[in-house]
Design a protein around this ligand. Structure first.
Ligand code: GN1
Ligand code: MG
Length: 363
């Protein structure tokens, strides 16, 4: 492990080092909060080591991030803070350590929290407004100018092909005891196919999308409980806005977190709040195909996340961080449980919305 003090010294003139502690629940990068004093003041910063197995072109990623930050700062209809990466003392946004790994720094916002484990309809509404405002502010940004840092990130049929291959290889001998989960995933294939054909038909406009619009990526003020900032621009890429709405349902909707190790239920009150918050910012520019497929979007992203967790489980846990051997399987089951009754629930809540009927097969 690199000495965080040495890394921090690339970014700051430190008078006295105070402490450092791991921060947040990211599944990919490694994040610390560090404290030191400078000019007699205590300062709090985030230091983050990028996972270059997942983000194999960090410079391009940072270029995307900077372009998006600049655009948001200049937008007069984006009433949230923008937290850009802090340049190192040599002006670069990334610092390479002696192991060749890349680090960056962000200001730590004191007195804030991300509502990961305690979502209420009120918080979900405010978060959906913020993610909706993010999309609105970026709607005139030329999406094709952003690099696809993870190509095919939401190409679920491509992920499906990878899954089939990993299942067949069964490198770590786990396939035999995940029969029911595989079976449930197979029933979701029509959802993935429908999304694929909507995309291919050109009916979903290419937009700048966040691609990780979860509860952990939005900061709230501890005192006022207002949304302060959307964070984590690592996966901001050209895509369909349906992915961001689907990810909000996946992340804010459940009555317990994806890593809780148990089945979960989607909260109807939270789903309605997400719909209202998101549409309050986006309704006047969404196309009918976007507005009418919010339910399908939720089925898609929840199903895709289940597919990703199960693929990683069968692949010997190469991608997502785990804390125990069955972690990815538990996450898979948790995601699949969210789709119980989803066709009826989504049809009801996203009224004009289309989705696939999964119910008869009881997920
Ligand atoms: C990963 O690292 P984190 O928590 O920001 C993943 C997302 C998943 C999420 C599931 C680059 O995000 O796509 O939805 O875990 N990020 C990447 O919690 O794969
Ligand atoms: Mg992320």
């Amino acid at each position: 492990m690199q000495d965080l003090r040495l890394i921090a010294a690339h970014f700051f003139e430190i008078e006295q080092w105070l402490d450092a502690a791991p921060f947040g629940n990211g599944n990919i990068n490694d994040t610390w909060r560090v404290r030191f004093s400078r000019n007699g003041q205590t300062e709090n910063w985030i230091l983050q080591r990028l996972n270059t197995r997942v983000f194999n072109d960090p410079q391009t990623l940072m270029r995307n991030t900077s372009a998006v930050c600049r655009h948001l700062v200049a937008s007069d209809d984006y009433p949230y803070a923008v937290i850009p990466p802090k340049p190192a003392r040599n002006g670069d946004l990334l610092v390479q350590d002696s192991d060749g790994l890349y680090w960056r720094a962000f200001l730590f916002y004191d007195n804030t929290y991300a509502p990961e484990n305690d979502t209420s309809p009120e918080l979900a509404y405010k978060a959906a407004c913020a993610y909706g405002a993010f999309a609105r502010a970026l709607r005139h940004f030329p999406a094709q100018e952003l690099t696809e840092v993870i190509p095919g990130f939401h190409d679920t049929l491509r992920r499906w092909a990878v899954f089939e291959k990993i299942l067949l290889d069964d490198r770590v001998g786990r396939a035999a005891h995940v029969g029911p989960e595989i079976e449930q995933l197979r029933r979701l294939k029509p959802v993935f196919e429908q999304i694929d054909s909507l995309k291919k038909s050109g009916r979903l406009p290419l937009r700048v999308t966040h691609n990780d619009s979860k509860a952990g990526n939005i900061l709230f003020d501890r005192t006022t409980h207002q949304a302060i900032a959307v964070i984590d621009f690592d996966t901001v890429m050209p895509g369909t806005l349906l992915a961001d709405f689907g990810d909000m349902v996946r992340s804010f909707g459940p009555d317990r977190p994806e890593g809780s190790g148990s089945e979960a239920y989607l909260r109807r009150d939270v789903l309605m709040a997400l719909r209202d918050g998101f549409l309050s910012q986006t309704d006047n520019f969404l196309t009918d195909d976007e507005r009418n497929n919010l339910g399908l979007a939720a089925q898609w992203i929840i199903g895709e996340q289940a597919l990703r967790f199960l693929t990683d489980y069968l692949d010997g846990d190469q991608y997502f961080k785990i804390t125990h051997p069955e972690h990815n399987l538990e996450r898979t089951r948790n995601q699949l449980s969210l789709l119980r009754d989803s066709d009826a629930t989504f049809a009801d809540i996203f009224s004009s919305s289309r989705q696939v009927v999964l119910n008869e097969t009881r997920l």
